[in-house]
Ligand binder design. Structure first.
Ligand code: TXA
Ligand code: MG
Length: 327
């Protein structure tokens, strides 16, 4: 990574011209455009092939900038902002009119976040508008955690990629909204549920479901790799799949310990020491690495249902629901 002041200036200039720039964040790479310019925002939806009923996150450099765009900042939201920004948290807040309807899919709320990446923070500070940025992947595919991931999938459709190195957190931000004044987690992500509850007390969790696409960001297939993925409970089940397929065509994703009988090059170990942060850093790159011609099937084990394990399991479950018909 050799990003210079010149690269930042180029990114800034292109964004001012309503062009698309991929930006690094601590969670995943984003596909950014001027959030106040509908013609620029429209290009994001086109490049990703994303349906316009799926609203975008608006990125700002600080709370002062944020206050220009939101109508009201509930106390609980302020507490969370203070505890976790800059960082992997997105808040759903009432929006002001200047945020275009295209950004929010016509909702009267806007998703906002202050990301924690020095390059993107510097870029945001240099601009006099906020950046709308979904994850920089084609709609329905896993999110990118390196500049190369972005280039491979969207390179021809975007004007520039600001390379900020591999993403530190590796999974998307945790999304918290406040319907009827009560905090509700809409998406599990880089800040654990435990950490959120330690800050503001008990919160509700709105589980995702493909039968309820009105729940924001909750399309079940959202993290699907191109290969069928099956969740398994134990090594015995792994053997069952190995009997059905040839050894070289089975890939696996495990938390700490490798499965026997799977080729080492087809095996993704998320964290040998059982560290949740490390596992989160590796999950999307791991799924991508198994997206190779010889693999026909991926088997994956769930992590303990706590800390970032919950968010990682959420991604694995979504990847699995895409291919249920294989069972
Ligand atoms: O970590 C992240 O959040 C990354 C980086 C780039 O910031 N961004 C990201 O964006 O994951 P995206 O578009 O892939 O996911 C944003 C989710 C969507 O699922 C969308 O439905 C939800 O946020 N969302 C956006 N605006 C909303 C709103 N007003 N109410 C409820 N959900 C909203
Ligand atoms: Mg996304």
């Amino acid at each position: 990574m050799t990003t210079s002041a010149q690269d930042l200036l180029l990114a800034k200039t292109l964004l001012q011209e309503n062009k698309l720039v991929a930006i690094p964040t601590e969670t995943v790479y984003g596909l950014a455009a001027n959030a106040l310019a509908p013609q620029a925002v429209a290009k994001i939806f086109q490049a990703k092939k994303r349906p316009t009923f799926d609203p975008l996150i608006v990125h700002v450099p600080d709370i002062e900038a944020l206050e220009q765009y939101i109508g009201y900042f509930p106390e609980m939201a302020q507490k969370l902002a203070q505890a976790f920004w800059p960082g992997p948290l997105t808040l759903i807040l009432p929006k002001k009119k200047m945020i275009p309807d295209l950004v929010t899919s016509g909702l009267d709320t806007v998703a906002v976040r202050i990301p924690k990446h020095p390059l993107t923070l510097a870029l945001l500070r240099s601009l006099d508008f906020p950046l709308a940025a979904p994850s920089a992947n084609p709609f329905g595919y896993v999110s990118p955690t390196t500049a190369a991931h972005v280039k491979n999938q969207l390179g021809s459709k975007i004007d520039y990629i600001l390379d900020g190195g591999p993403c530190e957190v590796g999974i998307e931000s945790t999304i918290v909204g406040f319907p009827q004044g009560q905090a509700c987690v809409y998406r599990l992500g880089g800040i654990s549920l435990e950490a959120i509850e330690q800050c503001i007390g008990k919160v509700s969790l709105q589980a995702h479901s493909s039968s309820n696409p009105t729940a924001p960001g909750m399309l079940s297939s959202h993290y699907a790799p191109a290969k069928p993925l099956h969740l398994i409970q134990n090594a015995h089940e792994a053997d069952k799949w190995l009997k059905r397929f040839s050894q070289k065509s089975v890939g696996s994703i495990v938390f700490k310990k490798p499965f026997k009988n799977i080729l080492p090059e087809n095996q993704v170990i998320l964290s040998k020491t059982g560290n949740f942060q490390e596992a989160a850093q590796n999950i999307f790159a791991g799924l991508r690495s198994l997206d190779k011609p010889e693999i026909q099937i991926i088997i994956a084990e769930l992590l303990p249902e706590k800390d970032l394990g919950r968010a990682i399991n959420d991604r694995l479950r979504r990847a699995a629901t895409m291919h249920q018909s294989f069972d």
